[in-house]
Design a protein around this ligand. Structure first.
Ligand code: R2B
Ligand code: URA
Length: 378
């Protein structure tokens, strides 16, 4: 055997030993946790009887089965508590591809692994509308564009949390936006969502009448995510500010480059300057529905978006694809750090769950990651 073959082989063996070590470590952590739970008289199982969501449709319990049509799932063919009962974070973003990448990224960041030959499965493939991936306690979903689209997804994800009896799930939207007076590439964590009239409410028409739902976001969650930004190490800024949610990309955001435009550049300038004077930091298209629906259900919610241009300087997005994809990772990075922190540093009972180093964090819940999407959601 040549020298280089031999060192390749040693290297592969060392890798495999490392991976096995990680799996054994993760299993002993899980075992220790289970023993602790048994000692506590299965208190956790008792607590898991209902979800913590509030204000939901009282008829939900009568729907047998409940069909989550756009997710391609129903309560008869999927055991929701078993498959989704451990979900603690629901992350959503515009496109299926971005959310699939985020699922792999978060998997690595929270130290989970799947077999190299296995792929994460899109659990919602049958619905043909949204993509949905599960990585241990993290669900990653794509929501499409605009409030009607994210609203359908949220109704079905909230029902999923209810049927699965999830406890205090945190919902986070990660996305892109147009900045107002901020350097492109800045990450904006929304303090609240407002509409084009600067009202903090999501208006829907029910039976032809206007119904307004408050669009507040969880302030402490915004602060916790902001704290995951390191101004010394991160090469970009992260700020907390108000987010204007428009129902359109062009006229609704006062662009001059849409197919139609019935206002002047001066009117646009004046509107955007008014927004800036009212601490609006960015414009996007989903935060109103996201904030309204999560807060109605008593779910802590946050919106974390990168600004891909400064709207005070123009309308068209001229930044290269490569730079845009680098910027799009910034909200993902902060949110993954937040999730990692909650999972490994906040649980007072969980010293043993902390990853000792990157390799050992690797196997925590690997089987879980593989099974939930690939097998249990069938
Ligand atoms: C941000 O980007 C999309 C429009 O390009 C929209 O979904 C949003 O909120
Ligand atoms: N998304 C928006 O909704 N607006 C922008 O200007 C950029 C991204």
């Amino acid at each position: 055997m040549s020298k280089s073959n031999c060192s390749d082989c040693t290297c592969r063996l060392a890798n495999e030993v490392g991976q096995l070590k990680a799996i054994v470590n993760a299993q002993s952590r899980t075992l220790a946790k289970l023993v602790r739970q048994m000692k506590e008289g299965c208190k956790k199982d008792e607590e898991a009887k209902e979800s913590t969501l509030c204000g939901l449709n009282p008829c939900l319990k009568c729907l047998q089965p409940d069909i989550l049509y756009h997710l391609g799932l129903n309560t008869e063919t999927t055991d929701f508590p078993k498959v989704f009962g451990d979900v603690r974070f629901v992350c959503m973003g515009g496109t299926p591809g971005r959310m699939e990448n985020f699922a792999y990224y978060v998997m690595q960041e929270i130290g989970l692994k799947i077999n190299a030959a296995t792929k994460l499965r899109n659990i919602s493939e049958a619905g043909q509308r949204f993509s949905l991936f599960k990585v241990g306690p993290v669900l990653c979903a794509s929501h499409g564009m605009g409030c009607p689209s994210i609203s359908i997804l949220l109704h079905e994800l909230i029902k999923m949390m209810y049927h699965a009896k999830c406890k205090d799930p945190v919902f986070i939207r990660i996305g892109t936006s147009g900045g107002i007076g901020v350097e492109p590439g800045t990450v904006i964590i929304s303090s609240e969502a407002i509409d084009g009239r600067l009202n903090p409410a999501h208006e829907i028409l029910v039976h032809g009448a206007s119904v307004q739902h408050a669009s507040q976001l969880d302030e402490s969650l915004a602060d916790e995510i902001k704290m995951c930004h390191d101004p010394c190490k991160d090469s970009y800024e992260a700020v907390i500010g108000r987010t204007l949610c428009a129902h359109d990309f062009y006229e609704g955001q006062s662009r001059l480059d849409g197919a139609f435009c019935e206002y002047t550049p001066e009117m646009k300038k004046s509107y955007l300057e008014t927004l800036q004077s009212q601490q609006v930091k960015n414009i996007e298209m989903e935060s109103l529905a996201f904030a309204a629906l999560t807060s109605r259900a008593n779910i802590r919610g946050a919106v974390v978006c990168v600004a891909i241009l400064n709207r005070l300087n123009g309308d068209q997005i001229k930044t290269s694809h490569d730079v845009l994809s680098k910027w799009e990772k910034r909200p993902q990075e902060l949110v993954a750090r937040y999730i990692r922190k909650v999972l490994y540093h906040n649980d007072d009972d969980d010293e043993s769950e902390q990853p000792e180093d990157e390799a050992e964090a690797g196997a925590g819940g690997a089987g879980d990651t593989q099974k939930a999407p690939a097998e249990e959601a069938e």
